[in-house]
Write a protein that binds this ligand. Structure first.
Ligand SMILES: Nc1nc2c(ncn2[C@@H]2O[C@H](COP(=O)(O)OP(=O)(O)OP(=O)(O)O)[C@@H](O)[C@H]2O)c(=O)[nH]1
Length: 239
């Protein structure tokens, strides 16, 4: 027998003489990855240019683009995280900030378990737009969705217009909304903000869900069908 053939067979682990360690290694390699315990959808909204895409890319790929193109419609990325001993597959939807895309982006609110509302701490108009985004949430999102307000571009502290206190006052008028400041550019507080939101979502979920029931929260990659606006009670309290 050709001796090269003999060596190849052994290296493949098929021979009875193959080392047990090698056999175990190849068995390990064939093990499929543990499936996610939860699959959650998170949507990022906010005015044009506040850094929605940049926050998503920093969180999912740890990258930053100085001159990104404005988002057209919606885009998404996947990231798997481990929290509370569970494996969670996040589908993160990045939406266009331009108003002309609202009819497209609004269809993605319904399935979101978490909503990240972003403004730019150096641009007053992006903060003034927040009530408009809250009306979109009230109209299209699930009442159960967790809300996170993010003041982005913290690296531009010298150009800051919106103080932390102003944003905290705004947040305190919305039940259950969290607030944080971050910089997608400097990678400051981005992961922490997203993970806190996911943790809040998990905290609200039943501790053990049978696998069959989980499929209800598994997201198809298709957008949710557009649904007629529901009359959710507004989340924003009047002062
Ligand atoms: N200095 C600074 N610039 C940022 C930061 N995040 C985003 N930018 C810049 O702001 C600009 C807009 O960023 P995008 O991430 O495209 O903003 P967007 O909200 O997705 O914009 P639309 O898709 O148009 O709605 C880009 O030039 C980014 O490089 C940040 O944390 N700091």
């Amino acid at each position: 027998m050709d001796s090269r053939y003999e060596i190849q067979r052994r290296a493949g682990g098929g021979s009875a003489n193959a080392s047990p360690a090698l056999g175990a290694q190849s068995r390990r390699r064939k093990m499929p990855p543990r499936p996610a315990d939860y699959k959650l959808q998170i949507i990022i909204i906010g005015s044009r240019g506040v850094g929605k895409t940049s926050l998503m890319e920093r969180f999912t790929d740890d990258t930053f683009c100085e001159a990104c193109k404005s988002t057209v419609g919606v885009d998404f990325k996947i990231k798997t995280v481990e929290l509370r001993g569970k494996k969670i597959r996040l589908q993160i939807w990045d939406t266009a900030g331009q108003e002309r895309f609202n009819s497209i982006t609004s269809a993605y609110y319904r399935g979101a378990k978490g909503i990240v509302l972003v403004y730019d701490i150096t641009k007053q108009e992006t903060f003034d737009d927040l009530p408009k985004w809250m009306r979109m949430i009230d109209k299209y999102a699930s009442e159960e969705a967790e809300l996170l307000l993010v003041g982005n571009k913290l690296d531009c502290e010298t150009d800051r217009i919106i103080t932390k206190q102003t944003a905290e006052r705004f947040t305190s008028r919305i039940s259950g909304m969290r607030f944080c400041e971050a910089s997608a550019k400097d990678n400051f507080n981005v992961e922490e903000c997203f993970l806190k939101l996911v943790d809040d979502i998990l905290a609200k979920m039943p501790l053990e869900i049978p696998n069959r029931k989980l499929s209800n929260s598994i997201l198809s990659l298709q957008p949710e069908p557009e649904v007629p606006p529901e009359l959710n009670p507004p989340r924003m309290h009047c002062c």
